[in-house]
Design a protein around this ligand. Structure first.
Ligand code: SF4
Length: 365
């Protein structure tokens, strides 16, 4: 398949690994921000194939994982209100809140529906004029434009019973927070899909801080090429943003998607699981679309509760301080079918990725 199989060529991978081993002259710790990259790394055993002086550290780039308990709790509060339907994606209903997940709240009588797109939630509102329908939105810049478009769709239908409760997070603000984290990072493999929307300018704070950035695709050779570009930047003392994923992402991003987001959303402080409140890192409906804001409609705000379930190391996993295998609950109590923490819920969650693919090598894959 074009743009896929040629990026999984084992012979080319071996050559890239040889060049990386030859050219990497010092210890380098690289964070892959995106859960999609974590999947490729672990599935193909890339960290074990890289030379010992290059360490890959997973970041908080799984939107379901960083949804805070306070956001889940607030969504449950909404779902429990009379004549109210709360709609969200399948992953989100399984994320643990303080006491319950949305799935468990549904078992206790809350009206929670799983939808496959924000437009499905708009449709629900159209079909249930006697109820308030709230879409619990999640995701980074990759999904936020679709949510924004759904709000515009609801407006075009003249719906007065459709609302948005958003756990959307934006990337630029969190990148700055990562620089202040406990783990010293030398460089970043940056998220290809987010960059497709935002453009590559969002990584300037990282490069200004002397950290090389490479926007990477999601196949094994993409990531190996990105690591090599980082090694070469470090060797020549550079810190710029390079575009390995140029077959998809443009430096300017998707201007139309950016425009739709700006029309519908305003920035807000957001609570991140494991990282606390990050100023300006969230989105909520604003301006002429403020009437769609469920927080205003229902008079609630997500609490910034950063406590974790006893024994769960999600907060440290999301900050790159621990690996899933450091957690005593990993694979014993905590499994994808019975997740204790958010990192085991989504396919892109680091613990879920390690559970499903941990131990495989590139050769075996
Ligand atoms: S394995 Fe489960 S309990 Fe442990 S850190 Fe991951 S999600 Fe939390």
């Amino acid at each position: 398949m074009k743009y896929m199989t040629e990026f999984r060529d084992g012979e080319v991978a071996k050559k890239l690994l040889d060049v990386i081993a030859r050219e990497s002259l010092r210890d380098i710790r690289i964070m892959e921000f995106c859960g999609g990259h974590t999947i490729t790394l672990v599935k193909y055993g890339i960290p074990q194939l890289l030379p010992g002086n290059i360490e890959m550290v997973s970041g908080p780039g799984c939107p379901v994982c960083v949804t805070a308990k306070g956001e889940i709790d607030a969504a449950i509060e909404i779902a429990k209100r009379p004549d109210t339907i709360l709609a969200s994606f399948g992953d989100m209903v399984r994320v643990p809140g303080t006491r319950l997940s949305l799935q468990q709240a549904k078992a206790e009588g809350a009206d929670v529906r799983v939808v496959y797109s924000p437009d499905d939630a708009v449709q629900l509102a159209a079909e249930n004029p006697g109820k308030k329908v709230v879409f619990f939105a999640v995701g980074f810049e990759t999904t936020a434009p679709v949510t924004a478009a759904a709000v515009k769709y609801a407006e075009s239908l003249g719906l007065k019973n459709f609302f948005l409760f958003t756990a959307h997070k934006t990337t630029p603000a969190i990148l700055g927070a990562l620089l202040d984290g406990e783990v010293a990072l030398d460089a970043f493999v940056c998220p290809g899909h987010v960059t497709t929307i935002t453009g590559s300018g969002i990584y300037k704070p990282l490069t200004d801080a002397g950290k090389p950035c490479v926007v990477s695709g999601f196949e094994p050779l993409d990531i190996l090429s990105s690591v090599l570009l980082i090694v070469r930047q470090i060797n020549r003392g550079a810190a710029t943003t390079e575009m390995e994923y140029s077959r998809v992402a443009l430096a300017a991003g998707n201007v139309h998607a950016q425009k739709v987001m700006k029309e519908v959303f305003v920035p807000r402080d957001a609570v991140w699981r494991g990282l606390g409140v990050v100023p300006g890192s969230g989105l909520r409906p604003g301006g002429q679309y403020a009437r769609f804001d469920a927080e205003a409609e229902f008079g609630l705000t997500p609490l910034a509760d950063e406590s974790e379930t006893p024994g769960c190391l999600c907060a440290s996993v999301l900050r790159g301080m621990k690996k899933p295998t450091d957690c005593k609950l990993f694979k014993t109590v905590c499994k994808p079918e019975s997740p204790v923490g958010a990192c085991m819920v989504s396919d892109e969650g680091t613990c879920s990725v390690y559970y499903r693919f941990g131990g495989k090598s590139l050769a075996a894959a």
